[in-house]
Design a protein around this ligand. Structure first.
Ligand code: UTP
Ligand code: MN
Length: 500
């Protein structure tokens, strides 16, 4: 005879109807609410362990919320676990026990939640604070990029790419406020060692306004932003983007050409009334090469070439790689160097001698030399983002494939065996070296915030030449970047942490 299976009737809890909360087993430990992290554990093991714990009277939530008291993980990489937890937007995270699976197995063995011992804890890997500092200091993100450490690893690229498009579009419309706002927001997100997984996680972050958050919410929900997509498909944006990608063409010129109905490079080159300046002619001539990223190996090869030239001229010259490559970037749009001579005044002729030598080697494809207009008596400068006054040159150099470790970064099918690369050389007097190095290392956003910090927090004026204390009415001397950070009362930030 067919017999109906005997199903035990279990007491159902009224709260258990909520999604993600266990339905069947009797709860024995009301005060303990577990969450098992799926990463490393895997879905099927997580589901097995969940059933096991529930059968022993534990509450196990499927969803991580502020109600959870114990987070259990099999991920032995504390940093990635904490990075993920920090991105979950929990308010109660500081109160949660974040535990290794050993606490879970001990508790299952004992049939009750065992006391948490230090061996069970998965410690956050954030650096410990000096004694006496408030416990929130670690979590606080400064509004100034010069008080944040930003490596080239960007955990929030989906947002920062979108912000960059928005910032650029506002820049094309000469709308400075929102442009800067999106640049600042992008910079804050770049500094986070974790990825933002929900909007709640951004609550304590500075520089994120309503507009920024709305864009982030759209990206979190749909993976894209309609405003960004409409900009990207906008003809004016596309054209201005194309035109400004030419060396020597800024937003103003691009706009002028756009207004005249020009839409492509061939439109410009076919227009008889357009007079290209020398820089723009070069820009079109070498467009393929200089719009192509420069690799780290290519930057190193150019470093060797410049080094040879500099030291053949002055044995006591100082040469330093600066710009993005000094910050550890893998690719750049150019390679930036600072050269100076130990003997004050000698730097003046140094650049022209280097240029001569490069020309002599037959590798100088383009050179725009700007003599020094530096005059210490005209300092301090109150102009924000003012160009510096040091002697400098903007070059295009011919780089041979044979000189580059691993070969050139060129298009497939390019059989020339060489490419053109943009190189900038700047030559400050040696007593201005630290300021020039700090200014040229960037990033642009890091520099902006260094100046803003100096002005607003310290009543000091900083630029590529000097630091001026307005209260004391004096210039502050520096021989290293560390001196400058110390004058500003800032913790030293390494070049590779300045990718703001
Ligand atoms: P870059 O434009 O070369 O940027 O300027 P980057 O960070 O190296 O990035 P890519 O990879 O080349 O695109 C380097 C730094 O030099 C400063 C800029 O502010 C930036 O921080 N700079 C540049 C000056 O201070 N004065 C200048 O005349 C030019
Ligand atoms: Mn650069």
């Amino acid at each position: 005879m067919f017999q109906a299976p005997v199903v035990p009737r279990l007491r159902k809890r009224s709260r258990a109807v909520e999604a993600g909360i266990q339905r069947h087993e009797e709860v024995k430990f009301e005060d303990v609410r577990l969450y098992l992290v799926e990463k490393k554990m895997g879905r099927s093991r997580r589901s097995f362990l969940t059933q096991l714990a529930r059968s022993k009277g534990f509450i196990v939530d499927d969803i991580l919320s502020d109600k959870v008291t114990h987070v259990v993980s099999e991920d032995s990489q504390a940093s990635s676990l904490w990075a993920w937890l920090n991105g979950c937007g929990l308010k109660n995270l500081p109160m949660m026990q974040v535990l290794d699976i050993s606490w879970f197995t001990d508790s299952m063995g004992a049939g009750r939640p065992v006391a948490v011992e230090s061996r069970h804890l998965i410690q956050d890997t954030l650096p410990t604070l000096p004694e006496g500092s408030p416990p929130t200091a670690v979590a606080t993100v400064s509004q100034y990029a010069c008080q944040r450490r930003t490596t080239i690893e960007n955990n929030n690229k989906i947002f920062t790419d979108a912000f960059e498009v928005l910032a650029e579009s506002y820049e094309f419309n000469e709308n400075e406020g929102p442009c800067l706002a999106f640049r600042r927001a992008a910079s804050v997100l770049k500094s986070l060692p974790w990825a933002v997984e929900c909007l709640g996680a951004t609550e304590d972050l500075p520089c994120l306004g309503d507009h920024t958050k709305a864009v982030m919410e759209e990206i979190l929900l749909y993976g894209r932003s309609l405003q960004v997509e409409s900009i990207l498909s906008n003809e004016r944006y596309q054209t201005l983007k194309l035109f400004t990608s030419v060396f020597g063409v800024g937003p103003k010129t691009a706009e002028k050409w756009y207004r005249r109905g020009l839409r492509s490079f061939s439109d410009i080159l076919a227009e008889p009334s357009i007079q290209l300046n020398r820089m723009q002619q070069t820009g079109f001539l070498h467009y393929g090469d200089i719009s192509r990223a420069v690799s780290k190996a290519e930057a190193r090869a150019l470093g060797n070439i410049i080094d040879e030239a500099v030291h053949a001229i002055t044995p006591d010259a100082i040469l330093a790689l600066t710009g993005g490559f000094r910050r550890g970037k893998e690719f750049g749009h150019d390679v930036d160097f600072i050269v100076t001579a130990l003997e004050l005044g000698k730097e003046e002729s140094l650049l022209l001698d280097i240029i001569d030598r490069l020309k002599h080697h037959g590798i100088l494809l383009y050179c725009d030399y700007q003599a020094s207009t530096f005059d210490i008596s005209k300092l301090p400068s109150h102009r924000f983002e003012a160009m510096d006054h040091f002697a400098k040159c903007f070059l295009i150099l011919r780089l041979e494939g044979s000189q580059v470790d691993g070969g050139l970064n060129i298009a497939e099918g390019d059989s020339r065996g060489w490419r053109g690369v943009r190189v900038d050389l700047v030559s400050p007097p040696v007593d201005r070296y630290a300021y020039a190095l700090l200014g040229w290392t960037g990033s642009r956003q890091f520099e902006r915030d260094l100046r803003r910090f100096a002005r607003s927090e310290k009543r000091m004026l900083l630029d590529n030449h000097a630091l001026y204390d307005k209260r004391k009415k004096e210039f502050l001397a520096a021989t290293t970047e560390k001196d400058i950070f110390a004058h500003l009362g800032l913790e030293y930030i390494e070049p590779w942490q300045r990718n703001a």
